[in-house]
Design a protein around this ligand. Structure first.
Ligand code: NAP
Ligand code: MG
Length: 491
């Protein structure tokens, strides 16, 4: 922290601590070099270029990964088109469903290695990748497998036909889950796919490619192209793509929307967020505090729907803040592969830089910054859980998405004031309400302009539930029955 900084560290010492409980990483083999997955085979990129993917907790290289250029994108789109026309769209829907069930089952069988790989490549605690990312990824395949031969029931009286080739671009915060979230509904509806994972977390998508081979998915139905932003842009602009599904930042989402404006490609955009968690005086406070912690420190705050703004009703504001700080002081920050870890590594050096810059801006604007006195590993990218008080609606840290473990806390007097403050951002992805009164939940949730609202819980996901945003948080819905619609044309 810079000088003139109002940082107060709470010296919280416990008389005991957990012994390290690292998850083993020797039960699977990683390759030294990964190629592109096109037409059912791994092949070297036409660019001849490879980039490193590193472990953000150690800064050590894990593997070299192929960088796809425009010629590779073209090859993959052609493979997807051929698979669409010759195989996938012609196959009886129930047969398509069988492949999806098979993929789901192999994901379950390989759950342990996928979880470890996800934590190594992205920095998230093993507890999360093991209990959330991987089981949910399998659940998405199971769920959409069920829909494959029931599209007539999803859209009664209408005929649902696939669109063709879907280009899918995903971020680094839930790499395998985002891949499943996008691939499963596309395939269930009869489309074929070219997927581009994020540059910093390509490994589980590449392992998924091996699982697709094992499931004997026909060649070309799913193609996986690793690379950076330019690879994504080449996919967006390829004339052979019928639909783009993008999850990532609002900034890139806007660029994609512009690029697609004069085309007939369909698209869905799942973008950033700045969710409000609202605690009313009648809430179960301890439960709410636990939910707030889960809402913002889960996955280092690398969550589009992270509850990054907390609004507390005045009468309980002091109590909530005290309990929040006490609880944060017990969080274990460190080795993502340790089963005790609550807060893992920040995904990349760039992301750490963004978080630091916004936190410093918050301090300059007069916010009071508090962090626990936890120790951090000497190597890797880390950021302590951070709480800001004394902030105003106009402050950058209250308006902009930080995508890190940083919470702003403000108080309110009336429900109307809470709603007005909660809605006062360019985003509208998610939010949380904590109260004992069911009527208040319904009244307030109807006024919050956000796609997903949790009541007396937070960050709960399920493949049957639609997900998506208002305003600059994007357009279209993924998940559930709604998640089929972006992948079909109805007649
Ligand atoms: P990002 O920079 O927008 O990147 C997302 C993906 O787009 C990555 O694969 C990226 O490649 C690629 N990309 C970059 N520039 C591109 C371009 N010009 N054309 C096409 N593709 C391009 O976002 P991020 O920093 O990885 O992810 C964090 C953001 O995602 C946050 O804003 C978060 O809120 C949002 N997010 C939203 C949801 C949701 O469902 N609403 C879910 C998760 C995350 P490289 O990584 O290789 O650069
Ligand atoms: Mg990595």
């Amino acid at each position: 922290m810079k000088k003139a900084v109002k940082v107060k560290a709470l010296n919280f010492s416990t008389s005991w601590s957990y012994a390290p409980a690292p998850e083993a990483a020797d039960h699977f083999q990683l390759k030294e070099r990964y190629d592109l997955f096109i037409n059912g085979k791994f092949s070297a990129p036409a660019t001849g270029k490879y980039f490193d993917t590193i472990n953000p907790a150690t800064e050590k290289k894990i593997a070299s990964v192929a960088e796809a250029g425009a010629a590779d994108v073209d090859k993959a789109v052609r493979a997807a088109r051929q698979a669409y026309e010759k195989t996938w769209s012609k196959m009886p829907a129930a047969e398509r469903g069988k492949y999806l069930y098979r993929i789901a089952r192999i994901l379950q069988e390989r759950a342990r290695e996928l979880a470890v790989m996800e934590s190594m490549d992205g920095g998230k605690p093993i507890r999360e990748s093991r209990d959330i990312d991987v089981p949910l990824a399998a659940a998405h395949f199971f769920y959409y497998a069920g829909w494959a031969d029931k599209l007539d029931y999803a859209f009664p009286g209408r005929r649902a036909q696939p669109l063709g080739v879907a280009g899918q671009i995903i971020p680094w915060n839930f790499p395998l889950l985002m891949a499943a979230w996008k691939i499963a509904p596309a395939l269930a509806c009869g489309n074929t796919v070219v997927l581009k994972p994020a540059e910093s977390t390509p490994l589980t998508a590449l392992r998924l490619a091996e699982i697709l081979q094992e499931a004997e998915l026909p060649p070309g139905v799913v193609n996986i192209l690793t690379g950076a932003g330019a690879t994504g842009a080449a996919l967006v602009n390829h004339p052979g793509v019928d639909k783009i599904a993008f999850t990532g930042s609002t900034e890139v989402g806007k660029m994609i929307q512009k690029a697609l404006a004069a085309t007939d490609k369909k698209y869905t955009l799942e973008l950033g967020g700045k969710a409000a968690n609202i605690i009313f005086e009648d809430a179960a406070i301890d439960q709410a505090v636990e939910g707030i912690i889960n809402g913002i420190f889960f996955n280092q705050g690398h969550v589009c729907c992270a509850g990054s703004r907390l609004f507390v009703q005045e009468g309980v504001a002091k109590e909530v803040l005290r309990k929040l700080k006490d609880r944060i002081s017990t969080l274990i920050v460190g080795d993502p592969l340790d089963k005790n870890t609550d807060v893992g590594a920040i995904n990349s050096k760039e992301q750490l830089g963004k978080i630091k810059a916004l936190v410093n801006a918050g301090i300059r604007e007069g916010g009071e910054c508090w962090q626990p006195a936890c120790s951090l590993p000497s190597r890797g990218y880390w950021f302590r859980p951070t709480v800001f008080t004394q902030v105003a609606q106009s402050h950058r840290i209250v308006q902009e998405e930080i995508f890190g473990p940083v919470l702003t806390v403000q108080s309110f007097r009336t429900p109307e004031e809470a709603v007005e403050k909660a809605n006062n951002t360019p985003y509208g992805l998610s939010g949380g309400i904590w109260t004992d009164k069911g009527s208040k939940i319904f009244k307030i949730s109807g006024k919050i302009r956000a796609g997903v609202l949790w009541a007396n819980t937070y960050n709960k996901f399920d493949p049957t539930s639609p997900f998506g945003g208002y305003k600059e948080s994007g357009m279209g819905r993924e998940g559930g029955l709604h998640g089929l619609l972006p992948y079909v044309k109805l007649s």
